[in-house]
Design a protein around this ligand. Structure first.
Ligand code: NAG
Ligand code: NAG
Ligand code: NAG
Ligand code: NAG
Ligand code: NAG
Length: 456
């Protein structure tokens, strides 16, 4: 229903045209574009439109302007867990009608759309409510205007938006950030928001566009329309939910794998014989190494909250500390057994016999009791060494002291002591095996628990 000015009246002056336009009657809003095909666009023809840019372009002020928006997310620059900010890049597209700009393309040299500097046009004040930084939009942007008065205004935006980030599952976390588009001052009586494209399309193009192999992957975008009420005013809102997911590979390689290796080595170090002098220093070195690793990796971890990975690290550290404590305990026990074995309580003795019996150790123990410093009995394989050790230590001393009556007494004492020493040594090794199994059990359950938590 576009009504042109009465054609070719001639002699109509520009001021008259302007006055006609500003009166605002529906049939006078066609731009006179004679000469556009010969002299280019005449700025005077658009002057009336430019003069009105301070006001919302509608003929009847009780009709709201429909503003349709869409955007393309071109990059996810950064997600800051400490400040709870997501920095992304958007190309915002805004479309609305300006009823004062229309022309007849046939009269205007076939021009169907022209670009106009955006600063000369009324622009809807669309903003993102999660904005946490000043909008650093480039100035001097253009807008396309077609012959029907449809204005397409696109602008690139660097959006620093606040986002509720939950880092519990770090580095396997997914975040759900919201971008709420709304008009800053216009209520629903003046500006109504709409979608320019289907949200599925926005999601698809954004996913195709974000080619950067950054830390974050865009999973999808969902949308919801809302009306926000503040006092008596209602504002139109479009909420976009941006679902993103972290690429965990960097963290798996730099955090999980090394600490897993260290714990595995720690577990394997239980196979170092308990009598060897190396076991405790070895574990101590591992513990030190782990501490250095934790210090270096502190930078990679999010600074706020308690992610599950911190619990995992604490668990690894405590496993190492516990295994070192266990080694100290066993070393102490062995030392006690070989130097001054205390009398063994009856219950412990029977318990040892009971434990040892399925592995036919019982006869060897009783045999040993008779023989004293005889050849090493074949009970637990690990026990062999200390007995030999004790034997070697006792050997030379024995040779030196031979002949004197004191030496004979000592020899007898030694012979009496030996079964007790063996029993205590055997007990220490059983404790070692038992504690090692408990350690393995604890490690397995905690690792399984952490993995299950990560997968839910
Ligand atoms: C358009 O403007 C030209 C001068 O710029 C004038 O000669 C012509 O008559 C005008 N046409 C109409 C329809 O007003
Ligand atoms: C403006 O629009 C309102 C609501 O649509 C309508 O009631 C009113 O008559 C219109 N005014 C004019 C001058 O067309
Ligand atoms: C905005 O979108 C609605 C449908 O969602 C459509 O009816 C309307 O014409 C569009 N307006 C503009 C200015 O594109
Ligand atoms: C988006 O992409 C999916 C597959 O990648 C396709 O099935 C779907 O039709 C696309 N949707 C739109 C609106 O383009
Ligand atoms: C994001 O959160 C909103 C509500 O908080 C929810 O409606 C939406 O489904 C969530 N989206 C995803 C992809 O999890």
């Amino acid at each position: 229903s576009r009504i042109r000015l009465p054609a070719r009246q001639g002699g109509l002056l520009l001021p008259l045209l302007l006055s006609l336009l500003s009166v605002g009657r529906g049939d006078t809003f066609t731009i006179n574009c004679s000469g556009f095909d010969q002299y280019g666009v005449d700025p005077a023809a658009f002057q009336a439109v430019f003069d009105r840019k301070a006001f919302r372009p509608v003929i009847n002020y009780s009709i709201p302007t429909q503003v349709n928006i869409s955007f393309t997310m071109s990059a996810i620059v950064e997600v800051d867990a400490q400040l709870q900010l997501m920095t992304s890049f958007l190309w915002l597209n805004v479309i609305w009608y300006n009823p004062f700009i229309r022309w007849n393309p046939e009269e205007c040299g076939g021009i169907r759309k022209i670009s106009i500097a955006a600063e000369y046009l009324w622009l809807p004040d669309i903003f993102i409510e999660e904005f946490m930084d000043v909008d650093q939009t480039a100035t001097g942007l253009m807008a396309y205007v077609n012959s029907e008065g449809l204005i397409k205004y696109d602008k690139p935006m660097k959006v620093v938006s606040i986002c509720n980030l939950d880092i519990f599952y770090f580095p396997f976390d997914e975040q759900n950030c919201t971008l709420t588009f709304s008009s800053f001052i216009y209520t629903v009586e003046n500006v109504v928001l709409g979608m320019e494209k289907k949200v599925q399309e926005i999601s698809n193009t954004s996913q195709n566009l974000i080619r950067s192999k950054g830390e974050w992957v865009l999973l999808g975008i969902h949308q919801r329309m809302m009306k926000m009420t503040v006092g008596t005013n209602q504002y139109d809102q479009i909420i976009f939910y941006v679902a993103i997911k972290r690429r965990p590979r960097l963290y798996v390689i730099n955090l999980l794998v090394p600490s897993g290796f260290l714990v595995a080595i720690d577990a394997l170090s239980f196979y170092l014989p308990a009598e060897s002098e190396n076991r405790a220093p070895f574990k101590m070195t591992l513990l030190l190494g782990y501490n250095v690793f934790l210090l270096m990796m502190n930078d990679l971890l999010p600074a706020t909250g308690t992610p599950l990975i911190s619990v995992y690290f604490a668990l690894c550290l405590s496993l190492m500390v516990v295994s070192l404590l266990e080694t100290i305990f066993i070393t102490y026990l062995l030392h006690l057994a070989t130097t001054q074995p205390p009398p063994m309580p009856q219950w412990l003795h029977s318990l040892l016999l009971y434990w040892a019996s399925p592995r036919k150790c019982y006869p060897s123990v009783s045999q040993k009791g008779n023989k004293g410093l005889g050849p090493t009995p074949n009970h637990l394989p690990g026990v062999k060494e200390p007995v030999e050790l004790v034997g070697k230590v006792a050997g030379p001393r024995e040779a030196e002291l031979i002949g004197s009556p004191e030496s004979r007494v000592q020899e007898e004492q030694e012979a009496q002591r030996q079964p007790l020493v063996d029993l205590w040594v055997q007990f220490s090794h059983m404790m070692d095996t038992l504690l090692f199994r408990l350690y393995l059990l604890f490690m397995a359950t905690s690792v399984v628990t952490v993995i299950i938590l990560w997968n839910t």
